[in-house]
Design a protein around this ligand. Sequence first.
Ligand code: PEP
Ligand code: MG
Length: 579
Amino acid sequence: MVSFALNGVGVSSGIAIGRAQLVSHATLEVAHYTISPSKVDVEIERFTNAVKEVQKELEGLHVAMTGGDVPGEFGAFLDVHWMILSDSTLSEAPKRLILEQRCNAEWALTQQLAVLVEQFEQIEDPYLRERKSDIVQVGERILKRLMGMRGTLRAPIAEEQTILVAHDLSPADVIQFKSHHYGAFLTDVGGATSHTAIVARSLNVPAVVATHNARQLIRDTEMLIVDGDSGVVIVNPDRAVLSEFRLKQSQLDLERQKLKRLRSKRAETIDGEHVELYANIELPGDLAQTLENGATGVGLFRSEFLFLNRKGLPSEDEQFEAYRAVAQGMHGRPVTIRTFDLGADKHLEGLGGLSRVAPNPALGLRAVRFCLAEPRLFLTQLRAILRASHYGRVRILVPMLASSSEIDQTLQMIEQAKEHLREQGVPFDSSIEIGGMIEIPAAILAMDAFLSKLDFLSIGTNDLIQYTLAVDRADEAVAHLYDPLHPAIIRLLALAIGTAKKARKPIAVCGEMAGEVDLTRLLLGLGLRHFSMHPAHLLAVKQRVLTTEVAALKGLVERIRRADGPEKIAALVDRLNAL
Ligand code: PEP
Ligand code: MG
């Protein structure tokens, strides 16, 4: 057997060794034939039934998901698929083609899919362009139904790890990873912001995307090594390569096992500085992972996932139940609920301003701006959060604040929600803490209002970097310019942390930077004592905290603050990590 390597983009780390299982690509096998005029109605009905079956299939997946141990992103993806399926361009247009061309339903659908894909390829916005793969995935589900195939994956081959190889995988397919425990997956297409990548990361399964033609080159049951860090895939490795990777794999396992011992250890530096390590979550189902990794609180509950994970809006009671579950599950430890951050890349159909296509969505009606424009929606959420505050230590976090007037309006809305509850005699924590996210450079350069009006702050570095460097965080074409070590970012972080400290206001970082272990010492050196991150990163960051002497970082951090280029900063950060 010939051994060869493929290169892709590693999007979820770890090493997997196992046998390939190819996922078939339904569109490749579509038949084309003409039908008699008397059969047109039957053919249209066959198509309508296939669409209905897929609707039921998606509904079934939604129900399976509410069990709680499925990452929050799946719900949002299912919603997108549901919307695509309900759109007439996919569910109605093929019927017209059957009628006009007197062709079979599979062929009508394939033609319509080709038209839609072409339209999506013309779109400049990379996020919207990526939705093309969702349309193909939904189309393939209908095709599979028409062709009598079930839209599910086979169970893994045997005891050995199974590695899925696909042109693209739909999030609905990936849900089955939960019960089948696939070892890894590879796809021909996708980027770091693709659905596949997001899902892989939240499942902790090694994954490589953008391999271009893995699906064509790899045969079923061939032996594969997937390195999710380097993005390398080795097909039919020889014995020497296999044992080298097995060694690497067991070293990684050992490191993971060792880290588990730190779960209940207090996060403290060598020189006795205490550090809070909180978790970022999307749904109440993420609590188990949060507790397993020893989080001392929830620093960011991205509540908008409750809104994306469904067809209609969740009622106040439904939201209350979700927030209360987290508040109670954390047993008195802080639970920071971010009011919903909809808009930009998180769309919600049929909701006021969000249904319109904004010329520049990241700078548009997003997060708190949208909340203030939709006061009824905002009040409902605020009431639900306040009610949950009676059952634990809940805090409110408001995203994307830029100006003093937005803070005032938000505080007024919270007062109004409190008043409603008082009138109804509903209990809540009347001294609930209210914090603001620092995600826009303006918020750092004019922090006074934030410091005087809010109880705590949390820096969202994902957006702060996007807005400071004018680099769309979801656009792979400018991904090389998205740099957490740009001098402007370092200086803004230093300024924000220093200013909050002087004012004795707690400040955290809850963007991806907080979970990057190679940046832990830099952030500690800048004065940060409060990190919030994906639960999977908590123990590695804790280990770095435990092996750091803050006083020893001072000289290098000073040089980093004055350095004028990202390369210099990166070299100095390497030196910090080598201390
Ligand atoms: C951030 O912007 O850094 C953040 C934590 O919020 P989100 O990633 O949800 O925009
Ligand atoms: Mg943000």
